[in-house]
Design a protein around this ligand. Structure first.
Ligand code: NAD
Length: 492
């Protein structure tokens, strides 16, 4: 059989600023999900590679001056990196589209957001403030902040670079060192992104390392490693639980950004010019492969028929195709497994008694393309309402009044995000405060800012990323007490 040429070639692990072949000698092939052509070969690493990367990160933490240098110097290094990310965003966006499938303009947006996150945390690097307390004129206390140490970062494939940046930027801002374990579906773009670090001489070798391979091997080794102080994870809730259990063996710090089944509530007094595109975009952006997808659309019964007619029309307008083509809004799903999983949910939905109002089918044999899919005649107890499908599907549920909307919205194990559409300010405030979710959008969907915290209630996660709280996740607090009294005083 003739081996097809790989557009991106073969990659190696990135350890202590060197590109190193995996100790296992094994590689796997990643395909382009839009064309099914082989794209890149990536290391399928093992335990020795993780040990090597953790040693490099530990050495950089203890022996380089990264953690101890002036914050302003770390800030300057991050600003330089952000500038390079902006300059390289077109080139990198294309690689992200090839590997992940998302349309080019959204791929580019991911890099611009990433640069913004690094710029934000460069600013915050200079504002890591502890507290002080004067117990008496001779006793003085400081609560000082220190970097948590060596951090493992385990990332998903849906926003592989921005979700890495949400961890990497605050960790580097405070002086931590890092070992990254990317999703096996988006490893090439992660290595391409990390190549940019080689151009920032101010960041010492070993501060950022990356080892690729299966989550159950490379990810698990990182989680169990005694010399890793903290794990920052984004992925499925089930994986997050396994990580938390294993991190418990060494009481490792963890922050977990996990799954969602987010309610998007349209009240009868909403501005339909906003609510309609907002609901379509909320449900289907990134082909529904979004933890904050508005995958449960709750529509008030008084406007239901009219709203749904227009919702279907707007859904039909979305062009599905290869993300490199102009005007494409929805790219392919990430993999064959993911496509099969979503198609299986279409069958589950039908068996449960829901009706597919639009979509439900694979679109082409060549790539993993699927029609945006709308389930109606559904209730909130169905699996298609409770389980994260992670594809271009939305389950539409009718509600009578505000009380019922809140009850349905909160009736899930998840609590990542929610949205509501209304022109009534009192209602907006009342409902937002009743929703059990880490983010609530009012008359908008999916807006996130580096300045504001993001994370989940309930089984959607633990801890927060972005904002000041995102920085705290990478800090330890130490109380230092100075006693200037002439004699030792036995405490009470
Ligand atoms: P996943 O849980 O399958 O994988 C995430 C990462 O964990 C990958 O790098 C994977 O290799 C690794 N991993 C898998 N098993 C592991 C183990 N036993 N030990 C250590 N690491 C392991 O998730 P995914 O399919 O890549 O991403 C989709 C999921 O991510 C969805 O559930 C989505 O909701 C969630 N997500 C959450 C957020 C958020 O911010 N809350 C954002 C994006 C995606």
């Amino acid at each position: 059989m003739v081996q097809q040429k790989l557009e991106l070639g073969r990659y190696a692990n990135f350890i202590a600023s060197e590109w190193i072949s995996p100790s296992t000698g094994k590689y796997y092939t990643r395909e382009n999900p839009a064309t099914l052509e082989p794209l890149a070969e990536l290391p399928s690493s093992g335990r020795d590679d993780v040990n090597h990367a953790v040693e490099a990160a530990r050495e950089a933490f203890e022996k380089s001056d990264w953690a101890t240098r002036r914050p302003a110097e770390r800030a300057r290094a991050l600003l330089k990196l952000a500038q390079i990310i902006r300059e390289e965003s077109d080139r990198l966006a294309r690689i992200l589209t090839l590997e992940n499938g998302k349309p080019l303009k959204f791929a580019k947006g991911e890099f611009i957001f990433t640069a913004d996150v690094f710029e934000f945390y460069a600013g915050l690097a200079r504002q890591v403030m502890g507290e002080s307390y004067q117990n008496s004129s001779q006793i003085y206390s400081i609560a000082s902040k220190e970097p948590v140490g060596v951090c493992g970062m385990i990332t998903p494939w849906n926003f592989p670079i921005s979700l890495l940046a949400w961890k990497l930027a605050p960790a580097l801002a405070v002086g931590c060192t890092v070992v990254v374990k990317p999703s096996s579906y988006t490893t090439a773009i992660t290595f391409e992104f990390l190549k940019l670090f080689e151009r920032v001489q101010e960041i010492p070798k070993g501060v950022v390392n990356c080892v690729s391979g299966p989550g159950s091997v490379v990810g698990m080794e990182l989680v169990r490693h005694k010399d890793v102080n903290k794990i920052g994870f984004t992925g499925e809730t089930g994986t997050g639980k396994v990580i938390m259990q294993n991190a418990a063996m060494s009481l490792k710090r963890v922050s977990l950004e996990c799954g969602g089944k987010c309610p998007n509530i349209v009240f009868e007094d909403a501005d339909m010019n906003k609510a309609l595109p907002g609901a379509v975009w909320g449900a289907f952006r990134n082909s529904g492969q979004v933890c904050t997808a508005g995958s449960r659309l709750l529509v008030q019964e008084s406007i239901y028929d009219e709203f749904m007619e227009k919702f279907v029309e707007k859904t039909k307008e979305m062009k599905v195709g290869n993300g490199l083509e102009p005007d494409v809004v929805l790219g392919p799903l990430i993999s064959k497994d993911q496509l099969e999983k979503v198609l299986q949910y279409v069958e589950i939905g039908k068996q449960e008694g829901a009706k597919v109002l639009y979509g439900g089918r694979r679109l082409s044999e060549k790539g993993y393309f699927m029609e945006p899919t709308i389930f109606v005649d559904a209730d909130n107890s169905m699996r298609i309402s409770q389980e994260e499908i992670f594809g271009p599907t939305v389950t539409v549920i009718k509600f009578r009044d505000e009380e019922e909307a809140v009850k349905i919205a909160n009736d899930t194990v998840y609590g990542l995000a929610a949205a509501l559409w209304t022109n009534n300010l009192q209602r907006a405030m009342r409902v937002s405060s009743q929703l059990k979710a880490g983010t609530v959008w009012v008359n908008t969907y999916a807006d996130l800012y580096p300045e504001m915290p993001f994370g989940g209630y309930k089984e959607s996660g633990l801890g927060r990323e972005l904002g000041r709280e995102g920085l705290e996740e990478y800090l330890e607090t130490k109380h230092i007490n100075f006693d200037m009294r002439p004699q030792v005083v036995m405490w009470r």
